[in-house]
Design a protein around this ligand. Structure first.
Ligand SMILES: Cc1cc2nc3c(=O)[nH]c(=O)nc-3n(C[C@H](O)[C@H](O)[C@H](O)COP(=O)(O)OP(=O)(O)OC[C@H]3O[C@@H](n4cnc5c(N)ncnc54)[C@H](O)[C@@H]3O)c2cc1C
Length: 430
């Protein structure tokens, strides 16, 4: 009996280590990976998504679900269900520049179903997509599962290696974010566009207000983005890249005083930052792969093109990649075809959109953020383009369209194999 008991865990371990076979293995349960998982599973492709964390409750990503994403969920018939999750609607984007409140973008003229940014904590959003994807029997989400390496057969990727066992797949999608290890393992060349800043990320309590007061503040030598999450501000304190230790060395009191100076709405509660443990360092990257694929492998989202937080577009661009990938590949994969010859089409389809947004972010980094951070004492005045936006409401439609939809916005064209299971009946498209 003793021997039998001792033997059982070994059997369990051996079976856990056995390679799993699937059509598609997606590495990374962020916006790109989860959206791709939903769409490929919906098309009837056996899909396994691996996420190294135990849950989606990480706090270090933004909350902005843009019109392009809202429209996609409308096309899937899921918009009402998405918006049943906690969120605020932001119809206008404003900034506080040199103490002046300025209107920068107006989304209110879009279709009323998506004429706003849904400020939804990203864990809510990802949890929603996971719940919807789980309604497809072809979908599996494996949390706490980290891919450590790619599996190869000759020059073709045939799966991923995880501590819990290999997963063999006809296609691997690397959606493992801006610190992607898989793109490195595949040897895909990276073009670094540079980012002059990093971010300290922390919370300050606040009173609830009827609207959502999210704003960006630009002051002498300092930028802080204040994301309104109801009873607290999620703050992004922007500083010159590589200077985290210098900011810390000035001490917590100096840090709190700086936050209170730049963000007066949070001044009364800066004492909530009790130690540097409350302040997380986020490094900002702006880069892109020149090739997104290798035989058996496709890279999407931040793993293919790390986005800066400027414009709060990264989540939405990552989702557009997922939709483009599913539009091109899901149908053929569901028919059992080898999609290797089609992989290159995904990067071609998305190239212009990604380059346009990254070009805008690079320009804003150089012309606005870099200059402002390098000038800690000088007065801050809005540049002419910003003053014009504030003065002429019609001009605010341009940034709204660019940031809300980007260029070549995607529509859902991947097939629906009709596999969606109860408990929820498939809602009609809205
Ligand atoms: C400070 C900051 C603020 C931002 N604010 C905004 C904003 O307000 N709005 C916005 O739209 N964008 C914002 N962005 C950009 C946005 O976060 C990214 O562009 C977006 O999250 C990219 O989505 P993704 O799915 O490609 O990657 P990620 O969101 O990074 O997801 C990758 C996932 O893969 C998992 N993973 C990584 N490696 C492995 C592995 N080996 N095995 C298994 N799982 C793995 C990770 O745990 C993660 O869940 C911000 C970025 C920064 C740095």
């Amino acid at each position: 009996m003793d021997g039998h008991i001792a033997f059982m865990p070994q059997i369990a371990r051996l079976s856990a280590m056995a390679a799993q076979e699937t059509d598609l293995c997606i590495v990374g349960g962020g916006p790109a990976g989860m959206m791709a998982g939903l769409l490929f599973a919906r098309a009837g492709v056996q899909t396994v998504v691996l996420e190294k964390h135990a849950d989606f409750l990480r706090d270090f990503r933004g909350d902005t679900v843009h019109p392009s994403t809202l429209r996609l969920f409308s096309e899937l018939g899921l918009l009402d269900r998405l918006l049943a999750r906690p969120h605020d609607k932001v119809h206008d984007v404003t900034g506080l520049i040199g103490g002046q409140s300025l209107e920068l973008a107006d989304l209110s003229h879009f279709d009323p179903r998506w004429n706003f940014i849904a400020m939804m904590p990203q864990w809510e959003f990802l949890d929603f997509v996971a719940d919807e994807a789980r309604l497809y029997p072809s979908f599996t989400l494996r949390m706490r599962t980290e891919a450590n390496d790619l599996l190869w057969s000759g020059d073709r990727v045939v799966g991923v290696e995880c501590a819990t066992g290999d997963i063999r797949a006809k296609l691997v999608i690397a959606a493992d974010g801006r610190r992607s290890i898989l793109r490195g393992k595949a040897g895909l060349p990276v073009e670094d566009l540079g980012a002059p800043m990093d971010v300290f990320w922390f919370r300050i309590p606040k009173e609830r207000t009827p609207g959502n007061d999210t704003t960006g503040i630009f002051d002498s030598g300092r930028i802080i983005a204040m994301i309104d999450r109801g009873d607290y501000w999620q703050c992004a304190y922007v500083f010159t890249k590589g200077e985290a230790d210098a900011v810390r060395a000035r001490g917590l009191d100096a840090f709190r005083a700086d936050v209170a100076r730049v963000a007066p709405m949070a001044a009364a509660n800066v004492g909530a930052i009790q130690s540097w443990d409350d302040v997380k360092l986020l490094t900002v990257a702006l880069d892109r792969l020149t090739t997104w694929d290798a035989p058996g492998l496709l890279v999407i989202g931040d793993a293919a093109h790390a986005m800066s937080p400027i414009g709060g577009v990264g989540i939405n661009v990552a989702i557009q990649d997922a939709v483009a990938a599913a539009n091109i590949l899901a149908g053929p994969m569901a028919e059992g075809r080898d999609v290797t010859p089609l992989l290159r089409m995904v990067e071609r389809r998305r190239r212009l959109a990604v380059r346009a947004i990254q070009g805008f972010q690079k320009m804003a980094q150089r012309r606005i953020i870099g200059r402002l951070l390098a000038n800690p004492t000088g007065p801050v005045k809005p540049i002419l383009a910003i003053r014009l936006l504030d003065r002429f409401p019609i001009l605010r439609r341009l940034p709204a369209a660019f940031l809300g939809f980007g260029i070549r916005a995607e529509h859902v064209r991947s097939p629906d194999a009709g596999l969606r299971q109860p408990p929820f009946p498939s809602p009609p498209p809205d």
